[in-house]
Design a protein around this ligand. Sequence first.
Ligand SMILES: [Zn+2]
Length: 134
Amino acid sequence: MSDENDDKFMKQVVSVEYDMKPSPEQVAYSKELAQHRIVGQQCPQCRLTYVPGNGYCPICAVAIGEDRRIELEPRGTITSFTVVEPVQYKGQQEKSPYVVAAILLDGAGVALGHAYGGAAQYFAMWVVSDRMPD
Ligand SMILES: [Zn+2]
């Protein structure tokens, strides 16, 4: 059994480049979200609605076409949440605590991840109220 004083640390700068191309469904979701609309895709077999859509249903193993996009109301249930205290590592831009929540939109089959607070608050579309924002 090692004593914690035996721990060794190494400092090294690592650079990782990502080359990710958004899927057609991710592009459609982002465009609609910019217009304050939430769209998902409904599986033609099991009728589960995925938000955002991903072009397929992993349960039925079938493709879901663009014709299966549906708009959902910006209303749902917070199924879980956590408060994130950002660790101040090199490059960290977030300084303030923020909330990450999973929201199951009414009519959706899977929860949507969402962040609120800190510098991310401009992404928030929902308010805890029975009124929609103006
Ligand atoms: Zn399905």
